[in-house]
Design a protein. Structure first.
Length: 362
């Protein structure tokens, strides 16, 4: 099994005035044939990590192993040059040669490897058919749309038959509709080829739809690794809960205290008993935050059992449903309303599904 293993990998950059730590002791394993996503906000280190895997950057500490091959190790003084790692990288800006045709752009890495001309043509035609660009092989990049140029860049990577695909936010320049369709095509292509793929994005929707597993990074460290469903259903902390989901999880500040022998908290001055399944996460003297997904909050015009009063601060109509913003514990939370009857500044009543409540230590 050609799995990719990253051990204790760190990266520091030195500037004129200070030293910046971009990655801090990263430990990850990417399984053979897996579609693995590196997700996180800008500046979290995900592109730096991708560049180190490709060999475009040197790590400051740690090692990278692919199958039985040690690609790099700072401690052992080992570094395999990028040209011999058999990785193919697709960039955000396409990086196509404007003076070459589509066919010549796809063919270029094969020429570098001195593959025979007839075989080159066969491989180019095969890759172009896979990505539905076989009818534009004579065109120049300037004649193509953004989506077509991105497919050319992917075809140029595919034609090399690499051991690993590395994709650095390849869809971020596309419009929303094209991004969705290209995303679906990319996932299907990766499954058909079975090539280990590492995909960098700041878009959690891309991560959730593409990834077999996702690593969420923050400030150069890995916050949580798991399947998209694991990160959504069982976030490790408020950062994961707040980053994954659209709209994201509501994080609510509240005081958790004991009253009449029961662990209690307040929502807009209404008291509730903390669900029993969450009691094991509570320790005396610690501060906590509550989390709940928008879909686990119900909204009513009149008070119902276990509801608390609130006020609508804004709405966003999305056609099938309406996103409602309402006040809770001096902050704003989001929820869904199936009816287009809620108005800004209207008094409403909210009820949480307490079985779907999360508690996080601050």
């Amino acid at each position: 099994m050609n799995r990719l293993v990253i051990k204790n990998l760190s990266k520091k950059f030195k500037t004129l005035h200070r030293e910046v730590t971009a990655l801090k002791k990263i430990n990850l394993t990417v399984e053979s044939g897996e579609f693995f996503v590196l997700l996180g906000p800008s500046g979290c280190g995900k592109s730096t990590l991708l560049n180190i895997i490709a060999g475009l950057e040197h790590a400051s500490q740690g090692e990278i192993i692919f199958g039985d091959t040690l690609l790099s190790s700072v401690e052992k003084g080992k570094f395999v040059p990028p040209g011999t790692r058999n990785v193919a990288m697709v960039f955000q800006n396409y990086a196509l040669y404007p003076h070459m045709s589509v066919s010549e752009n796809i063919e270029f890495p094969l020429k570098i490897r001195k593959i025979e001309k007839t075989e080159r043509k066969r491989m180019v035609d095969e890759a172009a058919r896979m990505l539905s660009i076989d009818n534009m092989l004579d065109a120049k990049p300037g004649e193509l749309s953004g989506g077509q140029r991105q497919r050319v860049a992917i075809a140029r990577a595919v034609v090399r038959k690499p051991d690993i695909f590395l994709l650095d936010e390849p869809l971020s320049n596309l419009d929303a509709q094209l991004r969705a369709s290209t995303r679906n095509s990319l996932k299907s292509l990766q499954k058909r080829l079975g090539v280990t793929t590492i995909y960098v994005t700041h878009d959690q929707v891309e991560a959730m739809t593409l990834g077999d597993r996702v690593a969420l990074l923050k400030n150069g460290t890995v916050e949580q690794v798991g399947s998209p469903n694991e990160l959504y259903q069982n976030p490790k902390n408020t950062f994961v809960g707040g980053f994954i989901g659209s709209p994201p999880m509501n994080i609510i500040e509240t005081t958790i205290y004991e009253k009449d022998g029961k662990v209690t908290f307040r929502l807009n001055e209404t008291e509730y008993v903390l669900p029993e399944k969450l009691l094991q996460k509570i320790s005396k003297g610690e501060k906590y935050k509550l989390g709940i997904r928008p879909e686990h909050i119900c909204i009513f015009k009149e008070p119902v059992k276990d509801s608390f009063p609130s006020k609508v601060s804004g709405i966003e109509r999305l056609g099938r449903e309406t996103v409602v913003f309402a006040g809770c514990n001096l902050s704003t939370i989001t929820l869904f309303s199936p009816e287009d009857t809620v108005l800004p500044d209207e008094k409403v009543y909210l009820r949480f599904d307490m079985s779907r409540l999360y508690v996080f230590r601050e």
